[in-house]
Design a protein around this ligand. Structure first.
Ligand SMILES: *Cc1c(COP(=O)(O)O)cnc(C)c1O
Length: 375
């Protein structure tokens, strides 16, 4: 069997033709394809506004800005997430406050979150880790009680559902990623979704220099050359070359997720009875997209496992090295022992390769290799 990389995108002829069509159209930046992708994405999720961006990092940054979070404010965030969920809080001048996760779901532990709320707390960044969906009803109730905003980091959770509803349709503001390893990809790219007109308008202005809406049309034939700068905005606009990929990736998303779920089932059958091995969480309330397939290996064997798998030519990855243990955040005062569950889970966790481009035989191969590496 050939080597199995940790992640690979599924790009088909449709995406390739759409990119060629975009190149030939002469319009490469934000334009008709971006509008089309945004419209289809909003329809898919079941939300009023979808604003295309160049990354989920940009989405998180704009979501915080649109909610007027800034200096003096505290934002509660898991440490067990990608750096972007935390760095963007720094970008707006606010203070990240790390909270621990549930040992079962790897999602923020709501009781620990509540303990960390102060008069300065303005928002919670809720990460739907691995494609599992947080109990949003409980978090919305907590936010209401304390007057907080919830910003969902759904970088892993495009297409995941809770109680039959898509992620992005039940929170105030949700941020998605289309990075190359994500469930659907535009290479680099992201989206922020909301039902709130004011938040949408603010994010829309800020994504392109603070120009008032639709200013990107100024180079179109017959367009008005006048524009107004209403804020010192950023340069985060999704553009048609990316959207060309997104349009077709979105159409394929349901089948991508079906395949991921089938492979997760195959993993469960193959690895379900191994002592000391914990498989990813699931729940009857959710339709898990299995963006990740994180397993936990007890007894200090995780690092050796990664090495053995690499020797068997199988890529793995660790999601995530806790942010509170990173040098930048240590300098700001966090330290080992602050978040016991996060630290324990981090020492045991490793993500196996799982993506639609794999064949069932490759999944079997990963299962056999995992058993061998654990033996
Ligand atoms: C990938 C990722 C991001 C950042 O996404 P980009 O599109 O690369 O900016 C944010 N949060 C989480 C949890 C991620 O995994």
């Amino acid at each position: 069997m050939n080597s199995i990389p940790y992640a690979q995108p599924s790009i088909g002829e449709e995406e390739i033709q759409e990119v060629i069509d975009t190149l030939k159209s002469g319009w490469l930046s934000t334009g008709p394809k971006t509008l089309q992708f945004e419209k289809s994405f909003a329809e898919y999720v079941g939300v009023k506004h979808a604003i295309g961006l160049t990354s989920c990092t940009a989405a998180l940054h704009l979501a915080l800005l649109a909610h007027r979070i800034g200096p003096g404010d505290e934002v509660i965030v898991p440490s067990f997430t990608f750096a972007a969920s935390v760095n963007t809080i720094i970008h707006v001048g606010a203070t990240p406050v790390f909270a621990d996760i549930s040992e079962h779901t790897y999602i923020l532990d709501i009781e620990d979150v509540e303990r960390r709320i102060t008069l300065k707390t303005k928002a919670i960044i809720l990460v739907h880790y691995g494609g599992y969906v947080a109990d949003i009803d409980a978090f919305n109730a907590l936010a209401k009680k304390h007057g907080l905003v919830i910003i969902e980091d759904a970088a892993h959770a495009v297409g995941s559902e809770r109680k039959g509803k898509q992620v992005g349709s039940f929170g105030n503001t949700t941020c998605f990623s289309f990075y190359a390893t994500k469930t659907m990809t535009t290479g680099e790219g992201g989206m922020v979704t909301t039902d709130d007109d004011a938040i949408a308008e603010h994010a829309q202005n800020l994504r392109l220099h603070g120009m008032s809406k639709d200013a990107w049309k100024r180079y179109a034939k017959g367009a008005n050359w006048r524009y107004e700068i209403v804020a010192a905005g950023w340069k985060y606009n999704m553009f048609d070359l990316l959207a060309a990929l997104g349009i077709h990736q979105l159409k394929k998303l349901p089948s991508f997720i079906d395949t991921r779920r089938a492979y997760a089932e195959q993993f469960k059958e193959g690895l379900g009875k191994i002592p000391g091995l914990i498989l990813p969480p699931d729940s009857s309330d959710i339709r898990h997209s299995y963006h990740l397939y994180p397993i936990r290996i007890s007894g200090g064997r995780r690092d050796g496992f990664i090495e053995t798998m690499a020797n068997l030519d199988i890529g793995t990855s660790v999601h995530f090295i806790p942010n509170h243990l990173q040098p930048y955040y240590r300098e700001r005062g966090s330290k080992e022992g602050d978040l016991p569950i996060t630290e324990k889970v981090f020492s045991e966790i490793v993500s196996l390769p799982l993506y639609p481009k794999m064949t069932p035989e490759e999944v079997s191969h990963v299962i056999q290799a995992t058993k061998k590496a654990l033996a």
